[in-house]
Every structure is written in C-alpha cells, then in structure tokens.
Design a protein around this ligand. Structure first.
Ligand SMILES: N[C@@H](CCC(=O)N[C@@H](CS)C(=O)NCC(=O)O)C(=O)O
Length: 259
C-alpha cells in the first residue's frame, strides 16, 4: 500500500497513525502540494498549486486523490481512498484485526466514534485555526474561549474507565485528535501564547494526550517542534491560500475586513 502524505499535515498524520497501528506494510510517499518559495525555510509555503500542476508533478498521487489533497492511500488491489477519516475507516476495515478504530458489533458506539471524530475536525480544530489566523487580538481572544468551550464539551464525552476517548480502547477519535492536539500545544503556545487551563476537563485531556503519546504508532508520527512551528508562520499571518485556509478565510470574512 502507498500512503501519499506531507510531513506537516495533521490530516495526513491521521492516516499514518492508522497504518502504523495496524502494522500495515506500506510505503511513505512525501508530497508537497504547495508552491515552493526558495526564500523560506525548506521552500515551504501554504500557497495552493493548481490541480494541473499537481497532476504534472505527482500523477499517481492525483490519481488517488481527485482534489490533490493529502492524505490518500492506494492499494496494490487498485483501491484508492482519500479524505483522512475515510482513509482511517478504510484501513480499519481492510485490515480487520485489533486494534479496531470503530468498535465491532456495537452500532451506537460506532456512530458516536464518527460523531466525535467529526467534532474534532469541525469544532475543535476549526476554532483553533480561527484563533491562529485571525489578526485581531479581540477576535483571537473570543476564538480562544470558543476553543476552550469545545475542548470541555469533548472532555465531558470521554469514557472514564481508561485514558482513551472511549476509555480503555483506542478508536478513530484518538487518531483524529492526536495530530491536532500536538499543534494546539506547540503551535498555539508559540504564536498565540495558548496555555491549556488546569481544571478537571483539561486534566482528562492531559491524561489522554500522555497515554496516546506513549503508543509507538502515535509517538513515531510526531513532527519535530521547531520545524512544525515554522511551517505555521503563514497561517499565523493569515497568508495561506490552501484549500483549508480558503474555507476558513470565508468564515472569517463575515467578521473581518481583508487587509
Ligand atoms: N478534509 C481533508 C483535508 C486535507 C487537507 O487539507 N490537506 C492539506 C495539507 S494539510 C492539503 O493537501 N492541501 C493542499 C491544497 O490545499 O491544495 C482531509 O481530512 O483529508
């Protein structure tokens, strides 16, 4: 199996963790879906490349990911899957052995795993990126409060018989959040002075982070801190033109004038 990924991408990190947890034999194919600017460290930007350019640079990758977004996987049997949470679910079912990312034989629990995985993407990380990208300190403060509120809602939904989201077993929710929590701590701390509160909800999240960080499949995907921080400088100035940045900018533009 091939994993098309970018070292800086939290979505791609989800797919990477899934393959590692399942012990899959895969090859890691590094893609840079953005423009290269030699004046920046490593040439890395968050400026979107047109799909035709991506196709010319990485034809096999775009064949497995129609919008040219990482991650995607391509199986020797011809399967191609894109979108991080769909990749995680595909890997879970294609390699149908523990650890299970969606609990088997329990439709309600499976539904909840999907609901809370989506919550991570649509609520927690969206508020975090609003805080990171918005240039107005007042609105940054509001986004931070919303971010904390979403974290507390998430913490209250967590199981109590173990450290993971469901309690004693890992699931897709842990895989969905882990790459983003790394960014909340390191990137948020660096660019916005983000410090997690010390209360029972955040202590539960801290226990969760410690437990996940000890799993080799999670730990082995952590990006080196200075490199990760430097890759977010354009987002912190709201200069990204990635697909993701454009979606958030359109949410921000309801409240913020373009410079
Ligand atoms: N919803 C997608 C988001 C993936 C995504 O936005 N990946 C970024 C890198 S972190 C990308 O490929 N950007 C290229 C672009 O915007 O053209 C997923 O969950 O996989």
């Amino acid at each position: 199996m091939k994993l098309y990924t970018s070292w800086f991408c939290p979505f791609a990190q989800r797919a990477w963790i899934a393959l590692e947890e399942k012990g899959v034999d895969y090859s890691y194919v590094e893609i840079n879906p953005y423009e290269v600017d030699p004046s920046l460290p490593g040439g890395y930007t968050k400026k979107q490349l047109p799909i035709e350019v991506k196709k010319a640079l990485y034809p096999d990758f775009v064949a497995s990911s129609p919008k040219g977004l990482v991650p995607s996987v391509s199986d020797p049997n011809g399967d191609k899957v894109w979108e991080s949470l769909h990749v995680v679910q595909y890997v879970d079912e294609r390699f149908d052995h523990p650890p299970y990312f969606l609990p088997r034989g329990d439709p309600l629990k499976r539904a909840h795993v999907r609901i809370w995985s989506d919550f991570v993407t649509e609520r927690m990380q969206k508020n975090f990126y609003m805080m990171l990208m918005d240039q107005d300190p007042g609105r940054q403060g509001k986004a931070k409060e919303s971010f904390f509120a979403e974290c507390r809602t998430f913490a209250k939904a967590m199981g109590t018989d173990g450290p993971y989201f469901l309690g004693k077993d890992i699931s897709m929710v842990d895989i969905a959040l882990f790459p983003f929590w790394q960014r909340f701590l390191w990137v948020g701390g660096y660019y916005r002075g983000l410090e997690m509160p010390d209360d029972p909800d955040f202590r539960r999240l801290h226990t969760w982070w410690e437990a996940c960080s000890q799993r080799p499949a999670f730990n082995g995907t952590l990006v080196c801190r200075p490199r990760l921080i430097s890759s977010y400088s354009q987002y912190s100035r709201n200069e990204g033109t990635s697909d993701y940045a454009k979606n958030l900018q359109s949410s921000l533009s309801g409240t913020q004038k373009k410079p």
